[in-house]
Ligand binder design. Structure first.
Ligand code: NAG
Ligand code: NAG
Ligand code: NAG
Length: 487
Protein backbone atom coordinates (compact mmCIF):
# COMPACT_ATOMS: atom_id res chain seq x y z
CA UNK A 1 0.00 0.00 0.00
CA UNK A 2 1.53 3.21 -1.20
CA UNK A 3 0.42 5.35 1.69
CA UNK A 4 1.65 2.86 4.18
CA UNK A 5 4.98 2.63 2.45
CA UNK A 6 5.37 6.30 2.95
CA UNK A 7 4.18 6.20 6.46
CA UNK A 8 6.42 3.25 7.14
CA UNK A 9 9.31 5.19 5.72
CA UNK A 10 8.66 7.68 8.46
CA UNK A 11 8.12 5.15 11.18
CA UNK A 12 10.74 2.96 12.76
CA UNK A 13 13.66 5.04 11.63
CA UNK A 14 16.17 6.27 14.17
CA UNK A 15 16.91 9.95 14.10
CA UNK A 16 20.24 11.64 14.17
CA UNK A 17 19.98 15.37 14.03
CA UNK A 18 22.37 18.04 12.98
CA UNK A 19 23.57 16.23 9.85
CA UNK A 20 22.86 17.16 6.29
CA UNK A 21 20.88 14.58 4.35
CA UNK A 22 22.33 12.58 1.48
CA UNK A 23 18.94 12.06 -0.06
CA UNK A 24 15.90 14.31 -0.03
CA UNK A 25 12.45 12.98 -0.84
CA UNK A 26 9.44 15.18 -1.41
CA UNK A 27 6.00 13.67 -1.57
CA UNK A 28 3.58 16.23 -2.91
CA UNK A 29 -0.20 16.52 -2.62
CA UNK A 30 -0.44 14.87 -6.03
CA UNK A 31 1.62 11.97 -4.78
CA UNK A 32 -0.53 11.73 -1.71
CA UNK A 33 -3.65 11.77 -3.86
CA UNK A 34 -2.27 8.96 -5.98
CA UNK A 35 -1.40 7.13 -2.77
CA UNK A 36 -4.96 7.59 -1.56
CA UNK A 37 -6.35 5.94 -4.69
CA UNK A 38 -4.10 2.94 -4.23
CA UNK A 39 -4.62 2.93 -0.48
CA UNK A 40 -8.41 2.92 -0.57
CA UNK A 41 -8.49 -0.39 -2.40
CA UNK A 42 -6.31 -1.83 0.32
CA UNK A 43 -8.38 -0.35 3.14
CA UNK A 44 -11.51 -1.76 1.52
CA UNK A 45 -9.92 -5.20 1.49
CA UNK A 46 -8.95 -4.85 5.13
CA UNK A 47 -12.43 -3.74 6.15
CA UNK A 48 -13.80 -6.97 4.70
CA UNK A 49 -11.69 -8.96 7.11
CA UNK A 50 -12.91 -7.17 10.24
CA UNK A 51 -14.24 -9.62 12.77
CA UNK A 52 -17.43 -8.24 14.24
CA UNK A 53 -17.80 -9.46 17.81
CA UNK A 54 -20.92 -11.29 18.90
CA UNK A 55 -23.55 -9.16 20.57
CA UNK A 56 -25.94 -10.33 23.27
CA UNK A 57 -28.27 -8.72 25.75
CA UNK A 58 -31.80 -8.57 26.97
CA UNK A 59 -34.66 -6.16 26.41
CA UNK A 60 -38.10 -5.65 27.81
CA UNK A 61 -40.60 -6.04 24.94
CA UNK A 62 -44.31 -5.67 25.59
CA UNK A 63 -46.40 -7.70 25.63
CA UNK A 64 -43.94 -10.61 25.72
CA UNK A 65 -41.78 -9.48 28.59
CA UNK A 66 -38.03 -9.89 28.84
CA UNK A 67 -36.34 -11.09 25.64
CA UNK A 68 -32.78 -12.42 25.67
CA UNK A 69 -31.04 -12.12 22.33
CA UNK A 70 -27.71 -12.83 20.75
CA UNK A 71 -26.22 -12.05 17.36
CA UNK A 72 -23.32 -14.15 16.25
CA UNK A 73 -21.19 -15.25 13.28
CA UNK A 74 -21.35 -11.84 11.74
CA UNK A 75 -19.58 -11.64 8.39
CA UNK A 76 -19.01 -8.56 6.30
CA UNK A 77 -20.51 -9.31 2.89
CA UNK A 78 -19.81 -6.05 1.15
CA UNK A 79 -18.02 -2.76 1.83
CA UNK A 80 -18.03 0.40 -0.24
CA UNK A 81 -15.85 3.47 0.24
CA UNK A 82 -17.11 5.80 -2.46
CA UNK A 83 -15.77 9.03 -0.97
CA UNK A 84 -12.40 9.64 0.61
CA UNK A 85 -9.84 12.38 0.94
CA UNK A 86 -6.29 12.53 2.17
CA UNK A 87 -5.06 15.97 3.17
CA UNK A 88 -1.84 17.35 4.48
CA UNK A 89 -1.99 18.86 7.93
CA UNK A 90 0.91 21.35 8.03
CA UNK A 91 3.21 20.75 10.95
CA UNK A 92 1.53 17.50 11.90
CA UNK A 93 0.95 14.88 9.24
CA UNK A 94 -2.01 13.78 7.19
CA UNK A 95 -5.76 13.51 7.63
CA UNK A 96 -7.83 10.76 6.09
CA UNK A 97 -11.56 11.24 5.70
CA UNK A 98 -13.92 8.57 4.47
CA UNK A 99 -17.53 9.43 3.79
CA UNK A 100 -20.71 7.75 2.52
CA UNK A 101 -19.24 4.36 3.22
CA UNK A 102 -21.50 1.35 3.56
CA UNK A 103 -21.16 -2.10 5.05
CA UNK A 104 -23.40 -5.13 4.56
CA UNK A 105 -23.35 -7.81 7.21
CA UNK A 106 -24.84 -11.27 7.43
CA UNK A 107 -25.16 -13.13 10.72
CA UNK A 108 -27.21 -15.41 12.94
CA UNK A 109 -29.75 -14.40 15.57
CA UNK A 110 -31.06 -16.29 18.57
CA UNK A 111 -33.72 -15.27 21.12
CA UNK A 112 -35.18 -16.69 24.31
CA UNK A 113 -38.27 -15.44 26.13
CA UNK A 114 -41.02 -16.45 28.56
CA UNK A 115 -38.34 -18.75 30.00
CA UNK A 116 -38.95 -21.62 27.56
CA UNK A 117 -39.39 -20.22 24.08
CA UNK A 118 -36.26 -20.33 21.93
CA UNK A 119 -36.00 -19.25 18.34
CA UNK A 120 -33.22 -18.60 15.82
CA UNK A 121 -32.50 -17.62 12.25
CA UNK A 122 -30.29 -15.37 10.20
CA UNK A 123 -30.26 -11.65 9.54
CA UNK A 124 -28.90 -9.07 7.13
CA UNK A 125 -27.67 -5.70 8.27
CA UNK A 126 -27.03 -2.67 6.09
CA UNK A 127 -24.99 0.15 7.55
CA UNK A 128 -25.02 3.31 5.48
CA UNK A 129 -23.42 6.72 5.68
CA UNK A 130 -20.44 5.57 7.65
CA UNK A 131 -18.01 8.42 8.22
CA UNK A 132 -14.47 8.00 9.43
CA UNK A 133 -12.04 10.84 10.02
CA UNK A 134 -8.58 10.21 11.31
CA UNK A 135 -5.52 12.39 11.71
CA UNK A 136 -2.14 10.80 11.58
CA UNK A 137 0.73 12.59 13.21
CA UNK A 138 4.30 12.12 12.11
CA UNK A 139 6.55 12.78 15.07
CA UNK A 140 9.47 11.28 16.88
CA UNK A 141 9.22 9.47 20.18
CA UNK A 142 11.47 10.02 23.21
CA UNK A 143 14.20 7.80 21.75
CA UNK A 144 14.37 9.96 18.66
CA UNK A 145 12.59 7.42 16.52
CA UNK A 146 9.85 8.90 14.39
CA UNK A 147 6.49 7.32 14.90
CA UNK A 148 3.24 7.47 13.06
CA UNK A 149 0.26 7.70 15.35
CA UNK A 150 -3.41 8.29 14.98
CA UNK A 151 -4.05 11.52 16.89
CA UNK A 152 -7.76 11.54 16.44
CA UNK A 153 -10.22 9.15 15.00
CA UNK A 154 -13.94 9.67 14.71
CA UNK A 155 -16.34 7.15 13.27
CA UNK A 156 -20.06 7.69 12.97
CA UNK A 157 -22.73 5.44 11.53
CA UNK A 158 -25.49 7.31 9.69
CA UNK A 159 -28.20 4.71 9.39
CA UNK A 160 -28.49 1.00 9.86
CA UNK A 161 -31.28 -1.36 8.90
CA UNK A 162 -31.70 -4.95 9.92
CA UNK A 163 -33.87 -7.71 8.49
CA UNK A 164 -34.49 -11.01 10.24
CA UNK A 165 -35.05 -14.27 8.39
CA UNK A 166 -36.38 -17.59 9.69
CA UNK A 167 -38.21 -18.34 12.94
CA UNK A 168 -40.88 -15.95 14.00
CA UNK A 169 -39.13 -13.17 12.14
CA UNK A 170 -42.25 -11.06 11.89
CA UNK A 171 -42.20 -10.79 15.65
CA UNK A 172 -38.56 -9.80 15.96
CA UNK A 173 -38.84 -7.26 13.21
CA UNK A 174 -41.10 -5.46 15.71
CA UNK A 175 -38.27 -4.86 18.12
CA UNK A 176 -35.40 -4.60 15.72
CA UNK A 177 -34.87 -0.95 16.59
CA UNK A 178 -33.02 -1.60 19.79
CA UNK A 179 -30.97 -4.38 18.26
CA UNK A 180 -30.16 -2.03 15.47
CA UNK A 181 -28.89 0.44 18.05
CA UNK A 182 -26.79 -2.14 19.86
CA UNK A 183 -25.26 -3.24 16.58
CA UNK A 184 -24.57 0.26 15.52
CA UNK A 185 -22.73 0.99 18.75
CA UNK A 186 -20.69 -2.16 18.50
CA UNK A 187 -19.75 -1.43 14.92
CA UNK A 188 -18.82 2.16 15.68
CA UNK A 189 -16.53 0.99 18.45
CA UNK A 190 -14.98 -1.63 16.23
CA UNK A 191 -14.26 0.70 13.39
CA UNK A 192 -12.64 3.13 15.79
CA UNK A 193 -10.50 0.49 17.45
CA UNK A 194 -9.23 -0.76 14.16
CA UNK A 195 -8.55 2.56 12.52
CA UNK A 196 -4.98 2.64 13.61
CA UNK A 197 -4.52 -0.86 12.30
CA UNK A 198 -5.71 0.09 8.85
CA UNK A 199 -3.24 2.87 8.60
CA UNK A 200 -0.20 1.60 10.36
CA UNK A 201 0.98 -1.54 8.78
CA UNK A 202 3.79 -2.76 10.89
CA UNK A 203 6.60 -3.56 8.56
CA UNK A 204 9.78 -5.29 9.62
CA UNK A 205 12.44 -2.96 10.85
CA UNK A 206 14.28 -1.69 7.81
CA UNK A 207 16.61 1.18 8.29
CA UNK A 208 19.54 -0.44 6.63
CA UNK A 209 19.08 -2.40 3.43
CA UNK A 210 21.57 -4.69 1.82
CA UNK A 211 22.49 -3.63 -1.68
CA UNK A 212 24.81 -6.49 -2.60
CA UNK A 213 27.59 -8.57 -1.04
CA UNK A 214 29.69 -5.47 -0.32
CA UNK A 215 27.36 -2.65 0.53
CA UNK A 216 24.33 -1.68 2.47
CA UNK A 217 22.56 1.61 2.44
CA UNK A 218 21.32 3.45 5.48
CA UNK A 219 18.36 5.71 4.95
CA UNK A 220 17.46 6.73 8.43
CA UNK A 221 16.05 10.21 8.74
CA UNK A 222 18.41 12.95 9.78
CA UNK A 223 15.55 15.14 10.95
CA UNK A 224 11.80 14.96 11.36
CA UNK A 225 9.83 15.19 8.14
CA UNK A 226 8.49 18.62 7.35
CA UNK A 227 4.81 18.74 6.54
CA UNK A 228 3.69 21.84 4.68
CA UNK A 229 0.42 22.55 2.92
CA UNK A 230 1.85 21.25 -0.36
CA UNK A 231 4.21 18.39 0.52
CA UNK A 232 5.88 16.15 3.05
CA UNK A 233 9.66 16.41 2.88
CA UNK A 234 11.91 13.66 4.16
CA UNK A 235 15.60 14.15 4.81
CA UNK A 236 17.34 10.80 4.65
CA UNK A 237 20.90 9.88 5.45
CA UNK A 238 21.39 8.06 2.15
CA UNK A 239 24.80 6.68 3.00
CA UNK A 240 26.45 3.53 1.74
CA UNK A 241 28.41 1.40 4.20
CA UNK A 242 30.49 -1.71 3.95
CA UNK A 243 28.41 -4.60 5.17
CA UNK A 244 29.05 -5.19 8.83
CA UNK A 245 31.21 -2.16 9.53
CA UNK A 246 30.15 1.42 9.70
CA UNK A 247 33.29 3.14 8.56
CA UNK A 248 32.67 6.81 7.83
CA UNK A 249 34.15 8.16 4.60
CA UNK A 250 36.60 11.08 4.82
CA UNK A 251 33.93 13.52 3.60
CA UNK A 252 30.53 14.61 4.78
CA UNK A 253 27.33 15.74 3.08
CA UNK A 254 26.87 19.36 2.08
CA UNK A 255 23.53 21.04 2.54
CA UNK A 256 21.23 20.76 -0.43
CA UNK A 257 17.57 21.12 -1.10
CA UNK A 258 15.13 20.07 -3.74
CA UNK A 259 13.71 22.61 -6.15
CA UNK A 260 10.49 24.14 -4.80
CA UNK A 261 8.32 22.60 -7.54
CA UNK A 262 5.33 20.55 -6.50
CA UNK A 263 3.90 19.76 -9.94
CA UNK A 264 4.99 16.16 -9.83
CA UNK A 265 4.04 13.44 -7.40
CA UNK A 266 7.43 12.64 -6.03
CA UNK A 267 10.81 14.32 -6.08
CA UNK A 268 14.00 12.62 -5.08
CA UNK A 269 17.28 14.42 -4.81
CA UNK A 270 20.43 12.36 -4.54
CA UNK A 271 23.56 14.19 -3.43
CA UNK A 272 27.12 13.51 -4.50
CA UNK A 273 27.72 12.51 -0.91
CA UNK A 274 25.58 9.42 -1.48
CA UNK A 275 27.27 8.38 -4.71
CA UNK A 276 30.72 9.12 -3.31
CA UNK A 277 29.97 7.08 -0.19
CA UNK A 278 29.18 4.21 -2.56
CA UNK A 279 32.48 4.73 -4.40
CA UNK A 280 34.29 4.77 -1.06
CA UNK A 281 32.65 1.54 0.08
CA UNK A 282 33.28 -0.37 -3.13
CA UNK A 283 36.86 0.81 -3.36
CA UNK A 284 37.55 -0.08 0.28
CA UNK A 285 36.02 -3.51 -0.25
CA UNK A 286 38.34 -4.02 -3.22
CA UNK A 287 35.31 -4.46 -5.41
CA UNK A 288 36.40 -1.97 -8.02
CA UNK A 289 38.54 -4.34 -10.00
CA UNK A 290 37.92 -6.25 -13.14
CA UNK A 291 39.79 -9.02 -14.96
CA UNK A 292 39.51 -8.59 -18.68
CA UNK A 293 39.92 -11.69 -20.80
CA UNK A 294 39.99 -12.23 -24.54
CA UNK A 295 36.38 -13.45 -24.69
CA UNK A 296 35.17 -10.17 -23.17
CA UNK A 297 36.83 -8.16 -25.94
CA UNK A 298 34.57 -9.24 -28.74
CA UNK A 299 36.54 -7.56 -31.46
CA UNK A 300 38.97 -8.54 -34.23
CA UNK A 301 41.70 -7.56 -31.83
CA UNK A 302 42.73 -10.53 -29.70
CA UNK A 303 44.02 -10.20 -26.19
CA UNK A 304 47.24 -12.15 -26.72
CA UNK A 305 51.01 -11.77 -26.75
CA UNK A 306 50.97 -11.49 -30.53
CA UNK A 307 48.81 -8.35 -30.46
CA UNK A 308 50.84 -6.74 -27.67
CA UNK A 309 54.02 -8.05 -29.23
CA UNK A 310 53.39 -5.74 -32.17
CA UNK A 311 53.90 -2.80 -29.79
CA UNK A 312 56.33 -4.39 -27.33
CA UNK A 313 58.48 -6.92 -29.24
CA UNK A 314 59.91 -8.39 -25.97
CA UNK A 315 56.45 -9.75 -25.14
CA UNK A 316 56.20 -11.69 -28.41
CA UNK A 317 59.72 -12.96 -27.99
CA UNK A 318 59.56 -14.10 -24.37
CA UNK A 319 55.93 -15.27 -24.27
CA UNK A 320 55.13 -16.53 -27.75
CA UNK A 321 51.64 -17.78 -28.58
CA UNK A 322 50.01 -17.05 -25.20
CA UNK A 323 46.66 -15.49 -24.35
CA UNK A 324 46.68 -12.47 -22.07
CA UNK A 325 44.61 -11.11 -19.25
CA UNK A 326 44.31 -7.54 -17.94
CA UNK A 327 43.48 -6.52 -14.40
CA UNK A 328 41.98 -3.06 -14.12
CA UNK A 329 41.50 -1.78 -10.58
CA UNK A 330 41.16 1.45 -8.67
CA UNK A 331 43.87 2.50 -6.25
CA UNK A 332 41.73 5.08 -4.48
CA UNK A 333 38.05 5.95 -4.28
CA UNK A 334 36.74 7.33 -7.53
CA UNK A 335 35.40 10.85 -7.22
CA UNK A 336 31.94 11.53 -8.54
CA UNK A 337 30.73 15.00 -9.42
CA UNK A 338 27.39 16.19 -10.75
CA UNK A 339 26.83 18.78 -13.39
CA UNK A 340 23.45 19.49 -14.91
CA UNK A 341 22.57 16.32 -16.82
CA UNK A 342 26.03 14.94 -16.45
CA UNK A 343 27.58 12.70 -13.82
CA UNK A 344 31.36 12.53 -14.02
CA UNK A 345 33.45 9.80 -12.46
CA UNK A 346 37.17 10.41 -12.07
CA UNK A 347 39.14 7.31 -11.27
CA UNK A 348 42.76 6.58 -10.52
CA UNK A 349 43.83 3.02 -10.98
CA UNK A 350 46.21 0.54 -12.50
CA UNK A 351 46.13 -1.79 -15.47
CA UNK A 352 48.21 -4.93 -15.01
CA UNK A 353 48.87 -7.12 -18.02
CA UNK A 354 49.56 -10.85 -17.64
CA UNK A 355 50.49 -13.59 -20.05
CA UNK A 356 48.56 -16.78 -19.32
CA UNK A 357 51.00 -19.72 -19.29
CA UNK A 358 49.94 -23.12 -20.59
CA UNK A 359 49.67 -24.33 -16.96
CA UNK A 360 47.41 -21.27 -16.25
CA UNK A 361 50.08 -19.46 -14.23
CA UNK A 362 49.88 -15.71 -14.77
CA UNK A 363 53.18 -14.05 -15.69
CA UNK A 364 53.06 -10.27 -15.11
CA UNK A 365 54.22 -8.24 -18.09
CA UNK A 366 53.72 -4.63 -16.97
CA UNK A 367 51.71 -2.36 -14.70
CA UNK A 368 50.36 0.94 -16.02
CA UNK A 369 48.98 3.80 -13.96
CA UNK A 370 45.63 4.97 -15.22
CA UNK A 371 43.97 8.35 -14.76
CA UNK A 372 40.57 8.42 -16.32
CA UNK A 373 37.40 10.44 -16.37
CA UNK A 374 34.10 9.28 -17.75
CA UNK A 375 30.80 11.09 -17.92
CA UNK A 376 27.38 9.53 -17.74
CA UNK A 377 24.41 11.27 -19.26
CA UNK A 378 21.36 9.87 -17.55
CA UNK A 379 18.05 9.58 -19.28
CA UNK A 380 14.96 7.50 -19.29
CA UNK A 381 14.38 5.05 -22.07
CA UNK A 382 11.20 3.00 -22.24
CA UNK A 383 10.45 3.79 -18.60
CA UNK A 384 13.87 2.64 -17.49
CA UNK A 385 16.78 4.57 -16.16
CA UNK A 386 19.56 4.51 -18.70
CA UNK A 387 22.90 6.15 -19.13
CA UNK A 388 25.23 7.01 -21.97
CA UNK A 389 28.85 6.96 -20.96
CA UNK A 390 31.53 8.93 -22.69
CA UNK A 391 35.23 8.71 -22.07
CA UNK A 392 36.54 12.19 -21.34
CA UNK A 393 40.12 11.34 -20.58
CA UNK A 394 42.52 8.42 -20.30
CA UNK A 395 46.12 9.02 -19.23
CA UNK A 396 48.50 6.11 -19.03
CA UNK A 397 51.95 6.13 -17.47
CA UNK A 398 54.29 3.26 -16.81
CA UNK A 399 54.23 1.85 -13.31
CA UNK A 400 56.39 -1.25 -13.54
CA UNK A 401 57.67 -3.19 -16.53
CA UNK A 402 58.72 -6.87 -16.36
CA UNK A 403 59.65 -6.88 -20.04
CA UNK A 404 62.11 -4.02 -20.31
CA UNK A 405 61.53 -0.52 -21.59
CA UNK A 406 58.73 0.39 -23.99
CA UNK A 407 56.68 3.35 -25.15
CA UNK A 408 53.43 3.47 -23.12
CA UNK A 409 51.90 5.75 -25.77
CA UNK A 410 52.00 2.90 -28.26
CA UNK A 411 49.41 1.04 -26.12
CA UNK A 412 46.99 3.98 -25.96
CA UNK A 413 44.66 2.98 -28.75
CA UNK A 414 44.42 -0.70 -27.82
CA UNK A 415 43.78 0.08 -24.13
CA UNK A 416 41.28 2.76 -25.01
CA UNK A 417 39.45 0.20 -27.09
CA UNK A 418 39.45 -2.25 -24.16
CA UNK A 419 38.19 0.47 -21.84
CA UNK A 420 35.40 1.40 -24.24
CA UNK A 421 34.34 -2.11 -25.10
CA UNK A 422 34.59 -3.75 -21.68
CA UNK A 423 35.12 -1.39 -18.76
CA UNK A 424 32.79 1.46 -19.59
CA UNK A 425 29.72 -0.67 -20.33
CA UNK A 426 30.44 -2.47 -17.07
CA UNK A 427 30.73 0.83 -15.15
CA UNK A 428 27.53 2.00 -16.78
CA UNK A 429 25.73 -1.19 -15.77
CA UNK A 430 27.01 -1.01 -12.20
CA UNK A 431 26.12 2.63 -11.91
CA UNK A 432 22.57 2.00 -13.04
CA UNK A 433 22.23 -1.03 -10.79
CA UNK A 434 23.36 1.08 -7.88
CA UNK A 435 21.00 3.88 -8.84
CA UNK A 436 18.10 1.47 -8.95
CA UNK A 437 19.10 -0.11 -5.67
CA UNK A 438 19.32 3.28 -4.06
CA UNK A 439 15.98 4.28 -5.42
CA UNK A 440 14.18 1.10 -4.49
CA UNK A 441 15.67 0.83 -1.03
CA UNK A 442 14.90 4.44 -0.36
CA UNK A 443 11.41 4.56 -1.65
CA UNK A 444 9.86 1.20 -1.32
CA UNK A 445 11.61 -2.04 -0.73
CA UNK A 446 8.63 -4.10 -1.75
CA UNK A 447 8.58 -3.04 -5.35
CA UNK A 448 11.04 -3.84 -8.02
CA UNK A 449 12.49 -1.15 -10.18
CA UNK A 450 10.41 -2.20 -13.13
CA UNK A 451 7.16 -2.02 -11.24
CA UNK A 452 7.78 1.42 -9.81
CA UNK A 453 6.95 3.34 -12.96
CA UNK A 454 3.80 1.25 -13.19
CA UNK A 455 3.08 1.92 -9.55
CA UNK A 456 3.39 5.62 -9.99
CA UNK A 457 1.69 5.60 -13.33
CA UNK A 458 4.38 7.23 -15.38
CA UNK A 459 8.09 7.36 -15.81
CA UNK A 460 10.95 8.85 -13.86
CA UNK A 461 12.46 12.02 -15.15
CA UNK A 462 15.86 13.45 -14.55
CA UNK A 463 15.88 17.07 -15.09
CA UNK A 464 18.65 19.57 -15.22
CA UNK A 465 19.90 20.29 -11.80
CA UNK A 466 20.35 23.91 -10.95
CA UNK A 467 22.83 23.13 -8.22
CA UNK A 468 25.82 20.97 -8.99
CA UNK A 469 25.64 19.06 -5.73
CA UNK A 470 22.51 17.10 -6.31
CA UNK A 471 20.85 15.00 -8.88
CA UNK A 472 17.14 15.53 -8.66
CA UNK A 473 15.09 12.73 -10.00
CA UNK A 474 11.42 13.30 -10.16
CA UNK A 475 8.44 11.17 -10.84
CA UNK A 476 5.61 12.79 -12.58
CA UNK A 477 2.37 11.72 -13.99
CA UNK A 478 0.53 13.24 -16.89
CA UNK A 479 -2.67 12.75 -15.02
CA UNK A 480 -1.66 15.21 -12.36
CA UNK A 481 1.51 16.88 -13.42
CA UNK A 482 2.81 18.85 -16.30
CA UNK A 483 5.40 17.52 -18.67
CA UNK A 484 7.62 20.51 -18.86
CA UNK A 485 10.48 18.71 -17.15
CA UNK A 486 10.63 15.90 -19.65
CA UNK A 487 13.90 15.85 -21.49
C1 NAG B 1 -9.94 -4.73 15.71
O1 NAG B 1 -9.63 -4.28 17.02
C2 NAG B 1 -9.88 -5.23 18.02
C3 NAG B 1 -9.62 -4.55 19.35
O2 NAG B 1 -8.42 -3.83 19.34
C4 NAG B 1 -9.01 -6.46 17.81
O3 NAG B 1 -9.27 -7.43 18.79
C5 NAG B 1 -9.32 -7.03 16.45
O4 NAG B 1 -8.47 -8.12 16.18
C6 NAG B 1 -9.13 -5.97 15.38
N1 NAG B 1 -9.53 -6.49 14.09
C7 NAG B 1 -8.74 -6.49 13.03
C8 NAG B 1 -9.29 -7.01 11.77
O5 NAG B 1 -7.61 -6.07 13.09
C1 NAG C 1 30.33 16.30 -18.51
O1 NAG C 1 31.21 16.87 -17.57
C2 NAG C 1 32.60 16.65 -17.82
C3 NAG C 1 33.38 17.22 -16.66
O2 NAG C 1 33.06 18.54 -16.42
C4 NAG C 1 32.96 17.28 -19.15
O3 NAG C 1 34.32 17.03 -19.42
C5 NAG C 1 32.09 16.67 -20.24
O4 NAG C 1 32.35 17.30 -21.47
C6 NAG C 1 30.62 16.84 -19.90
N1 NAG C 1 29.84 16.13 -20.90
C7 NAG C 1 28.69 16.61 -21.37
C8 NAG C 1 28.02 15.78 -22.41
O5 NAG C 1 28.20 17.65 -20.99
C1 NAG D 1 54.04 -22.87 -15.29
O1 NAG D 1 54.78 -22.69 -16.48
C2 NAG D 1 55.80 -21.67 -16.42
C3 NAG D 1 56.41 -21.54 -17.79
O2 NAG D 1 56.66 -22.78 -18.37
C4 NAG D 1 56.81 -22.03 -15.34
O3 NAG D 1 57.79 -21.02 -15.25
C5 NAG D 1 56.10 -22.20 -14.01
O4 NAG D 1 57.00 -22.62 -13.01
C6 NAG D 1 54.95 -23.19 -14.13
N1 NAG D 1 54.21 -23.15 -12.86
C7 NAG D 1 53.75 -24.25 -12.29
C8 NAG D 1 52.97 -24.03 -10.99
O5 NAG D 1 53.87 -25.35 -12.78
Amino acid sequence: MFLCCWLALVALIPMTSGTNPGVEVKLTEKGLEYGRQLGMASIQQKLKTIKVPDISGSQEVSPIGKVKYSLSNMQIVDVGLPKSALDLVPGTGVRLSIGNAFIQLHGNWRVKYIKIIKDSGSFDLNVNDLTITTSIAIKSDETGRPVVSSVSCAATVGSASIKFHGGASWLYNLFKNFIDKALRNALQKQVRANQTLFLIITLPFWVVAKVDQYAEIEYSMVSSPTVSSSSIDFSLKGEFYNIGKHQEPPFSPAAFSLPPQVNNMLYIGVSVFTTNSAAFVYNTAGALSLYITDDMVSSPIRLNTRTFGAFIPQIARRFPGLMMKLLVKTVKSPVITFQPNNVTVQATGTVTAYAIQANTTLSPLFVLNLETSVSVQLFVSEMRLAGAVTLNKMDLTLGTSYVGEFQVKSLNSILQMVLKVVVIPKVNGEFLTLGKALFIKTVDKRHTWDSIPALLGEKPVFYPSTTPTNLPLSYYTTRYGDNSHVM
